[in-house]
Design a binder for this molecule. Structure first.
Ligand SMILES: N[C@@H](Cc1c[nH]c[nH+]1)C(=O)O
Length: 371
């Protein structure tokens, strides 16, 4: 009996959550959702599976090869497990909630799946929660979302946060205006991704290497971006960055990496990532984007997604509940104690003891005893 199935092994990239981490994950999700709900973001709950086409065309959040896909025996259509809930919220906003006045504030939480693990961590399933505001990509709306994300994380117990701000469509904006390039834009972007000044030079895009130098702590990065002084093309972006630095600064250290695109496949003028000491990979990510409507129109939006698993692995949300042992015959007292917030664990036989049932309190003749 050594085959993987009989040993209870799971496919690569999937795991069970056991006590107390499963509880911690549920607690964290609830805390984060309560925080966004307090700001008027209403919960939507899209399905785990959709038509593949719907997931890949709505936002360019995933390529077909990144999706876990299968053919539905009923419809014979290709379905896929969602890699990101933002695209689904966009679909809902553009179709079933298209008639609701804007801005539309929506929240969500649930598992997402990817074929290939994200760059950090081997897991293919992740618990994603987030909030999306549809109908604006104004800096005021971005500041609202960034502020809520950081406050929610602080409420969940996260400390030592840092925020990295990026301008995902900066290169396209500069190329269309003050810094035209003859080389394909994708090559310029790849050279910037690799922070490769020599490659930029070879592409005839040497000015762009100043953007590499502009990356760093917000003060120096802003000063460098201002010094570029590219005939006003960057003025609103710089003003936007200043506003968001001010929003994030009370909660987190802020850096700016103006050309960072990784993980910002569909974001437009602004993107942000949140990191924290002790948490592997990104805690969350967000930014502005466009929602496509069935008629062909587009609508501006801004949102963020937070990833709960890294927080659980860092030990957050694991408020160990006090477990109260209820001996045989004392069940009548237990209901009142549960109403007061206790977790009660009932003995079913004489063999059940507080130690075996992992309890730190016990009831004895109706009295609470600390063990
Ligand atoms: N869903 C995106 C983040 C995002 C939400 N809204 C806009 N961007 C992600 O997880 O990368």
């Amino acid at each position: 009996m050594t085959d993987p199935i009989s040993k209870g092994l799971l496919p690569e990239g999937f795991r069970d959550r056991l006590p107390p981490q499963a509880e911690a994950a549920a607690d964290l999700l609830r805390t984060l959702l309560d925080q966004v709900s307090a700001h008027g973001y209403e919960r939507v709950s899209p399905p785990l599976v959709e038509f593949e086409d719907s997931l890949v065309t709505r936002l360019s959040s995933a390529r077909p090869q990144d999706l876990l896909r299968f053919v539905d025996p009923l419809s014979q259509r290709t379905l896929a497990l969602r890699p990101d809930i933002t695209a689904q919220v966009g679909r809902i906003a553009a179709t079933r909630m298209a008639h609701i006045a804007r801005p539309l504030r929506l929240a969500y939480g649930g598992p997402v799946l990817r074929v290939r693990p994200a760059q950090v961590g081997p897991q293919r399933e992740a618990m994603q929660m987030g909030a999306e505001l549809i109908g604006s990509d104004h800096v005021d709306a971005v500041a609202e979302l960034l502020g809520i994300a950081l406050e929610a994380l602080a409420a969940a117990g996260l400390a030592d946060m840092s925020v990295d701000l990026t301008l995902p469509d900066l290169v396209g904006t500069l190329a269309a205006g003050p810094w035209p390039v003859t080389a394909p834009l994708a090559d310029v972007q790849t050279a910037l991704d690799g922070k490769d000044a020599a490659a930029l030079q070879a592409l005839g895009a040497a000015q762009y290497s100043t953007l590499i130098e502009a990356a760093g702590p917000s003060d120096s990065a802003l000063a460098r971006l201002k010094a570029l002084n590219v005939s006003g093309a960057l003025n609103t972006r710089i003003a936007g960055l200043e506003r968001l630095v001010a929003t994030a600064a009370p909660h987190a250290a802020v850096t700016i990496d103006p050309t960072e695109r990784h993980g910002f496949e569909y974001q437009t003028w602004i993107g942000f990532s949140v990191f924290a000491a002790g948490v592997r990979g990104e805690v969350g990510r967000g930014g502005t984007y466009l929602v496509r409507h069935p008629g062909g129109g587009e609508e501006t939006a801004v949102g963020f997604s937070l990833y709960v698993d890294g927080l659980v692995d860092a030990g957050l949300g694991a408020s160990r509940r006090r477990r109260l042992f209820v001996p045989l015959g004392e069940a009548a007292h237990a209901a009142k104690l549960r109403a007061e917030g206790w977790t009660t664990v009932a003995a079913l036989t004489d063999a059940d003891t507080p130690t075996r049932l992992r309890c730190d309190y016990a009831l004895a003749n109706g009295e609470l005893v600390k063990l």
